[in-house]
Design a protein around this ligand. Structure first.
Ligand code: LLP
Length: 386
């Protein structure tokens, strides 16, 4: 065992694979429970899109979180993992009829609706089943987040949500429909947000919109502020648990929640990001013209974040105590962007060494693909390694 990894147990496993440290996950969930629990009327949903590995989902479900789903497949995965349907919310700009029907059959807590045409379809499909669907509107708050352009969602130019100008109109339409019950508003401004000021900006926007609703004597019981809390990719060991205290306190200080309201959150990355590492073996060390490459058996098909978002993940040679050298760490996929890191300092690398690509629990395994006819990586938890 070097550091936190049971390398001896890794020997018999086919690489690459995801390794989930369940102590980190459980400690993270305890911190969420403790910090959200201070405020009585806060309800946290886990954003299943971040990681739907059944073993990970089971641990999260045990902690009592609800589930935030963006597809019928995610609703199925959540229900299968034991999340109560009454704690499932369903978002997404393009919900298919079968997905809406599935959600109606399960009687999920709420549809987070993103357009009038979608509202009409939900009303029709609910009518056909003799049901009333609870709906909230996802409002695009036009609040920027200081994060990567590909993962901001709350700007007017993004495809998500309904514009603030249309809010009154869509609410009137919903109130006139017999098979939907309008219960609240939903927001999400982006992901990997570390500047609490971004959440303050969202709170201020929610307060404005609430005042508008109150002026119209419309009472809503549900406010959902989405997810987005970031993690420390540079220091996965030093800061393995995100600052949930500051996060929930920010909402408590700045969002004027009414006594009859519940504030919902949809956290993904901050729940699972730090518990997961992608474990690969070194296939070859190759000397280039003026650099050396560590070529791994894991590639962008296993973890696409560096290629897609130029995301930084800390890389460690967990087999080696040799003197540090500098490498470009790359995968075997036939794409120049199949690079995990350039000029990375690592303990001297040899063929067969295990490498850990850290902070990969969120948007790692779930975004894996079979490009180049590669196999999907397996996921193992530390509980299985005892
Ligand atoms: N709620 C909604 C409506 C969302 O769209 C998202 C993420 C979440 C909650 C969860 O956000 P989180 O707490 O994880 O930031 N694949 C990208 C991230 C995409 C995020 C999409 N939406 C990445 O690897 O960085």
């Amino acid at each position: 065992m070097k550091g936190i990894f049971p390398i001896d147990k890794f020997q018999s496993l086919r690489t690459p694979f995801y390794y989930y440290d369940t102590k980190v996950l459980r400690d993270t969930l305890s911190a969420i429970r403790a910090e959200a629990g201070r405020y009585g009327n806060y309800s946290v949903h886990y954003a299943v899109k971040a990681n739907a590995n059944p073993k990970v989902l089971a641990i999260i479900r045990e902690s009592g979180l609800g589930a935030d789903c963006v597809s019928g497949g995610e609703i199925r995965a959540a229900v299968k993992a034991g999340f109560p349907a009454g704690k499932v919310v369903f978002a997404g700009v393009g919900k298919s009829d079968w997905e809406i029907n599935l959600a109606l059959d399960y009687d999920i807590f709420c549809f987070n609706v993103e357009s009038i045409p979608e509202l009409e379809v939900i009303n029709q499909l609910a009518a056909a089943k003799g049901k009333v669907a609870r709906v909230a509107f996802r409002i695009n708050p036009n609040v920027g987040a200081h994060t990567h352009a590909n993962i901001t969602t709350g700007l007017a130019e993004n495809k998500f949500g309904i514009s603030m100008e249309d809010m009154d109109k869509v609410i009137d339409i919903a109130l006139s429909m017999p098979h939907v019950e309008f219960i609240g508003l939903h927001f999400h401004i982006g992901s990997q947000i570390l500047d609490m000021g971004d959440f303050v900006a969202l709170c201020n926007r929610v307060n404005e919109l609430q005042d508008k609703l109150e002026a119209r004597q419309i009472r809503i019981s549900y406010i959902n502020v989405g997810g987005g809390l970031g993690i420390d990719y540079a220091h996965p060991n030093r800061q393995s648990i995100p600052d949930f205290k500051a996060y929930f306190a920010t909402y408590n200080t700045h969002l004027k929640l009414r006594s009859y309201q519940t504030l919902h959150f949809e956290l993904g990355r901050s729940v699972v990001g730090q518990c997961g590492s992608l474990i690969a073996r070194v296939l070859y060390v190759k000397q280039g013209t003026n650099k050396q490459f560590a070529i791994l058996d894991a590639g962008m098909t296993d973890l696409i974040r560096p290629a897609l978002y130029q995301a930084y993940h800390k890389i460690e040679n967990i087999s080696s105590e040799r003197p540090v050298e500098t490498y470009d760490v790359v995968g075997p996929v036939c794409e120049s962007s199949d690079v995990f890191g350039k000029a990375v300092d690592l303990n001297g690398v040899q063929r067969g060494d295990f490498m850990a690509i850290r902070s990969a629990g969120a948007y790692g395994e779930i975004m894996a693909s079979v490009y180049n006819c590669r196999e999907l990586p397996q996921g193992y938890t530390s509980d299985e390694m005892i």
